[in-house]
Design a protein around this ligand. Structure first.
Ligand code: FAD
Ligand code: UDP
Length: 404
């Protein structure tokens, strides 16, 4: 009998497994349908002995001391500040757009003050900044938007920036100084021995059992547990009752080259001409020395493994319905990027998981407050899913709160 069945061994699942086992002495079974732990942050040595990120570049950055120190229990850190170049008009220039970008692109010698004036001149007035197009044109104008953002975004999301929330493009700021770092967070570092090693140490507690290449639905009726932590796609959990939530996917093309260096920066973005969005060269990220070098191309696509929730109002509307269902189920906690349909970075998922843990550890009245918000149709539907889980769990566990 397990106290918790945890679906997914990425950040959300692993942090909760570690906390529940080490702090509350719970017995935890963590399952993943992939053949490895770490979720999308998984890294491994390829056939040439180069450490690569299987699911594309993962760079750790956070402003949260709590998150940084928490993960620091399971890894040493290698200081690393990420830098990205964009291939625009036949040359490589730094992105986020900054003073050096503009001077190189236009062959100018502007000062920071002059660049501020330049941006003011070209910026488009937008009354209410709502979309990714708005957020960029209102800062740097139409031309830079078209060179750096429009096509990259269309390629990455299969949508025009005007169809995406402002928060997407707002991840990449514009600067008037010469700071060419991709992130400005207080803590920027890579796990010294890689992400997977860090996850192994997180999950090494004797109360935690790991089952790989297993979909949790395969355990129906076989493994009893009291509560579930679910970190997979939320629409899948509810059998797409309200329709399919769009998640954007990627095809990764990994290559190893017989030379020590492939490109002049850790990541080069290709907004315009290519079918791929970016190329990453891993040795910059990991600090590994090796006579060969490994890179990955990212080709965005609509179907395939779900990697990115797609932030736009209609998707949020559909997610809200799933969230209402999820909130109406006690005994199942929905955590992480896919289960809460949020475009979260690694540190945000860790923070979310730590918060869920604190709730689990601290509160029982929480469920009472949640139940009051649920309407009767949602409650009914949640009840049927709860019943299904009850069967799967040999009658122990998932229950639904009655409306008050
Ligand atoms: P996941 O890592 O997706 O883990 C969920 C796990 O659940 C998966 O392993 C899946 O196999 C498993 N699962 C799902 N359904 C089932 C089921 N039915 N049964 C069993 N198992 C199941 N963040 C950063 O901070 N910095 C970066 O540089 C960065 N780069 C990124 C680059 C790319 C290309 C992508 C896609 C993401 C990037 N991220 C980055 C985001 C980061 O990957 C996520 O924030 C984080 O990995 C999410 O963790 P999670 O546990 O929520 O989900
Ligand atoms: N973006 C862009 N051009 C770039 C870099 C980013 O248009 O050169 C936009 C694009 O919509 C992208 C978003 O900004 O999806 C966020 O970029 P980020 O690098 O944070 O994406 P991630 O690493 O999450 O894929």
């Amino acid at each position: 009998m397990f106290d918790y069945l945890i679906v997914g061994a990425g950040y959300a699942g692993s942090v909760l497994a570690e906390r529940l086992a080490s702090q509350l002495d719970k017995r935890v079974l963590i399952v993943d349908r992939r053949n490895h732990i770490g979720g999308n942050a998984y890294d491994c040595y390829n056939d040439d002995g180069i450490l690569i990120h299987k699911y594309g570049p993962h760079i750790f950055h956070t402003n949260s001391q709590e998150v940084f120190e928490y993960l620091g229990r399971f890894t040493e850190w290698r200081p690393y500040e990420h830098r990205v170049e964009a291939s625009v008009d036949g040359q490589l220039v730094p992105i986020p757009i900054n003073l050096d970008t503009i001077n190189k692109l236009y062959g100018l010698k502007l000062t920071a003050f002059e660049l501020e004036e330049f941006f003011k001149k070209v910026a488009v007035h937008v009354e209410h900044v709502k979309t990714s197009e708005d957020v960029v044109i209102s800062k740097v104008g139409q031309e830079l938007y078209e060179k750096f953002f429009k096509n990259y975004t269309k390629k990455q999301w299969g949508l025009d920036p005007s169809e995406l929330d402002a928060s997407v493009a707002a991840r990449v700021p514009a600067r008037t100084n010469r700071d060419n770092r991709y992130f400005t967070d207080t803590y920027q570092a890579m796990p010294l021995l890689g992400y997977t090693r860090m996850f192994e140490r997180m999950l090494a507690h004797p109360n935690i059992k790991i089952m790989l290449q297993t979909d949790y639905r395969e355990l129906e009726g076989l493994v009893p547990y009291k509560e579930m932590i679910y970190t997979g796609p939320v629409d899948e959990f509810f059998d797409y009752t309200y329709g399919k939530l769009p998640y954007r996917s990627l095809e990764f093309k990994h290559e190893t080259h017989n030379s020590p260096v492939f490109q002049p920066a850790p990541v080069v973005n290709y907004p315009n001409e290519q079918l791929y969005t970016r190329i990453t060269e891993f040795k910059y990220l990991t600090g590994q020395e090796h006579p060969k070098t490994s890179i990955v191309y990212e080709f965005p696509k609509g179907d395939g493994d779900p990697y990115y929730p797609v932030p736009r109002p209609e998707n949020q509307e559909m997610y809200k319905k799933y969230k209402a269902l999820a909130d109406a189920m006690s005994g199942v906690h929905f955590v992480g990027r896919l289960a809460t349909y949020r475009y979260y970075n690694m540190d945000q998922v860790v923070a979310q998981a730590l918060t869920v843990f604190k709730k689990i550890a601290g509160e029982r009245e929480e469920a009472h407050t949640r139940q009051a918000k649920v309407d009767s149709d949602t409650l009914q539907l949640a009840h049927s899913f709860a019943m299904a889980h009850k069967l799967r769990t040999n009658g122990h566990s998932t229950q639904i709160h009655r409306a008050s």
